[in-house]
Ligand binder design. Structure first.
Ligand code: FAD
Length: 398
């Protein structure tokens, strides 16, 4: 028998989860919430919003799983029901204070076996991309990375009817097709989703949920026949506990020596106006014009991947499938053709203005306003017009 990443026998675990699924048990929709000292990864909250919609369609609950410890994390955990969670599983333990793949995966696998959710979602952050495959392989289930949409639907294959599956939608073959991926026979169905793709839910302060404290024990070796049970907790957040989950010595083979965090230099996602440049800008020097327009209108500079690849602008400015997904009030695309990969990151903008010499450029198919012309002539006119007229009104994106 194989051994999973968390030390448990794999085939037994998979059989157990599969049996629950086959048994007609309808597990909840879970989101693995990423946070550090109470500061969440935005994608986790976005996912709670989508999990709520999926759970409503399925008629089940939403679970949020959080690991960590400390006052700030406690305060954050209490707020999670506002974003759509019915149950928050809080693995409050010092060994989980900082993200480390092995102990996090171990606890998560044990929780999933105990509670048998039918869907588990992760943000496609560095952490999510590290954690989700470990958990999926330990449980011997599938995982679809970088989904751009999640829906519930049915499927028929080889005469078998599968109901209420998770449709895991993502671009494939270099973005040339949109693939819908399903996992009909294995539970949980697991996916990662990139930041900004789902809409952030409005917090509902009156919404309440239950908090379950996950008891975590540090042990030399996990007992083979352990099962998690509900009990009482003396944690200040909740009197309900579930456990024990075990972290073994082997799970703690890696020690975090120091965490170094680079400041986020560009906040494309939060920008009300994004002014992006592409190959049509022509050169690094030409990009200064895009930057000037962005500066004039109070926007943030974005770019196509081709402009980034040309070295005209840093990768943090890239908009699109392999860059950032933005939804500003105004998106100005300068010299960008509008490939499917670029559009995937900006076509949900409230208003899109495209400037391009080619009237047939695909960007015009998603633009609300189009200017057919040379950006080197058009942008200075826009800047001039904004400075003389726009500044008198709000001139911005409202
Ligand atoms: P081009 O397609 O070369 O378009 C340049 C445009 O500028 C043309 O429409 C032209 O008419 C216009 N133009 C030229 N001169 C002027 C002028 N003087 N004034 C006005 N207009 C002018 N791309 C992204 O952007 N983001 C991504 O995240 C991304 N991810 C990708 C992932 C994969 C797996 C793959 C395969 C590709 C990805 N791409 C991405 C690349 C994408 O396919 C395109 O190659 C890229 O978006 C093209 O960039 P562009 O529009 O700047 O260049």
């Amino acid at each position: 028998m194989d051994s999973a990443a968390d030390g448990a026998p794999v085939s037994g675990a998979a059989a157990d989860v599969a049996a629950r699924a086959a048994d007609g048990q309808r597990g909840d929709v879970w989101v693995v919430v990423q946070q550090q000292d109470g500061v969440p990864a935005e994608v986790s909250l976005e996912l709670l919003g989508r999990a709520r919609e999926l759970a409503n369609t399925l008629g089940v609950g939403v679970g949020a799983v959080v690991a960590g410890c400390g006052r700030d994390t406690n305060a954050f955990v209490e707020r999670l029901p506002m974003y759509g969670a019915d149950t928050v599983y809080y693995a409050a333990h010092e060994a989980l204070g900082e993200y480390l793949a092995q102990p996090y995966a171990a606890v998560l696998c044990q929780l999933i076996r105990a509670e048998a959710p039918q869907i588990v979602l992760f943000g496609a952050t560095t952490t999510g991309r590290d954690l989700a495959p470990r958990v999926a392989s330990a449980l011997r289930v599938g995982l679809t990375a970088d989904c751009t949409d999640l829906r519930i639907g049915d499927h028929v294959a080889k005469g078998e009817q599968y109901k209420n599956l998770l449709y895991q939608v993502r671009p494939a073959f270099g973005g040339n097709i949109i693939a819908t991926i399903i996992s009909p026979e294995h539970r949980p169905q697991m996916a990662t989703v990139r930041e900004g793709v789902m809409v952030m839910p409005e917090p509902q302060p009156e919404r309440r949920g239950r908090i379950v404290i996950v008891d975590v024990d540090e042990v030399d070796q996990a007992p083979g026949d352990a099962t998690m049970t509900f009990g009482e907790s003396d944690h200040p957040l909740s009197n309900m506990s579930l456990g024990p989950a075990f972290i073994t010595d082997a799970d703690q083979a890696v020690t975090l020596v120091r965490r170094v965090q680079e400041e986020k230099r560009v906040d494309l996602k939060g920008a009300r106006i994004v002014v992006s440049g592409g190959v049509g800008v022509g050169s690094r020097e030409g990009f200064a014009l895009v930057e000037e327009l962005a500066h004039t209108v109070g926007g943030v500079v974005g770019a196509s991947r081709a402009a980034v690849d040309a070295g005209w602008v840093a990768h943090d400015h890239q908009v699109g499938q392999t860059g950032v997904t933005v939804r500003p009030k105004l998106y100005i695309a300068c010299g960008i053709s509008g490939s499917v990969q670029h559009r995937a990151g900006m076509d949900q903008s409230a208003r899109i203005l495209a400037i391009n010499t080619d009237p047939l450029a695909p960007i015009f198919s998603v633009a609300h306003y189009g200017i057919v012309g040379d950006l080197h002539k058009v942008i200075p006119l826009l800047i001039k017009a904004y400075r003389t007229k726009g500044a008198a009104g709000d001139g911005g994106a409202s």
